[in-house]
Write a protein that binds this ligand. Sequence first.
Ligand code: AMP
Ligand code: MG
Length: 402
Amino acid sequence: MLSVEQARDAILQTVRPLTATERVGLRQSLGRILVTDVLARLDVPAYRNSAMDGYAFRHVDTDLYQRFQVAGISLAGHPFHGDLDVGQCVRIMTGALVPVDADTVVMQEHVTREGDSITLQRTPKPGANVRHPGEDLRGGETLLPASRKLNAADLGLLASQGISEADVLRRPRIAFFSTGDELKGIGETLQPGDVYDSNRYTLFGMLSKLDVDILDMGVIPDQPQAVEHAFAQASRLADVVITSGGVSVGDADYVTDTLRKTGSVDFWKIAVKPGKPLAFGKLNEDCLFFGLPGNPVSVMATFLLFARPAILKLRGRKRHTLPEYLAICDTPIYKSPGRKDYQRGVYRIDEQGQWRVSTTGGQGSHILRSMSAANCFIALPLLSGNLEAGARVSVIPFTDLL
Ligand code: AMP
Ligand code: MG
């Protein structure tokens, strides 16, 4: 049996990040990965402007005057274009252009105004409250570096530079289908022994968190031609193909038969619970394959542990693993040594700031409700056995995963 870490490392070694790029509009670039440095086009600020609401004047004039005549007004978007004579100032608002003749702004709270003139109550230092072009950023400097995942602030930054498009990595295309003759689609009538296909919905949900293009190929019936056709079609369209069901040892269905024929898919047993069997490999040079076990909780756990890191690497991310935090477990834990368990838990942070967790109860890999009730995995090491309440355990929050 492989350990979780060995399996994940082997998978990550196989994955080559996608390099194909596309140019997208600013809004579409949200969450996407930049492929080149983006350089500033404009100085920021672009022109000399006022940091305060107040009055702009020439500082040397204060050698002669404390009283200034207001010659005009400079508003944001409506600059003052006139000249200033000695002893004149302009009313100015925050962000407005500072007239060429002025070099200092006094805040309005530090003057008294009578009609068309002001008297300085306090004299600011020369150059006070004036922001200079390029003070925050110079044109030509790096605005955003390559490999950056663009967030809301970045979109604003690009917009502030008048940049309307970004060159980003192409999104990975992920195709998936379910296998098993017992599976029925929503709306179909269940016969004894049938279940509704839920895996395509959990996969859809988890993939939706990853900024990828999703191709749901439905349920593939247990017929050799249908299975072969589905694999051929999926591997042409997608960078990654994911199936669920039919990879357990001893399974001699058409899915495993077809995969064995490709010659480049391995069938692994991983020391993990839920989710021991996993098929992984390539359907062709450009198409990775994950055959996840069919049980509803196993699908989710193996997707998060093995497929998600691969997809993250494919889309150029550097961090692939899930963050773990230490918590005190308030409930006893039942576990047999030999596999790494990912039990379902509910964590909270108590009044002292201490992380606490309890299990959701029954941990069968068919109990999908345990995933829905949980907000974290409780990750228990390979060798660990039962634990008493009060034990320290690792938790993996589901935030941004499901
Ligand atoms: P398998 O891995 O194909 O042996 O399936 C293990 C268990 O998971 C069986 O009880 C299946 O009925 C169930 N199962 C497989 N695929 C799905 C699915 N797409 N949705 C719900 N249950 C499934
Ligand atoms: Mg099956």
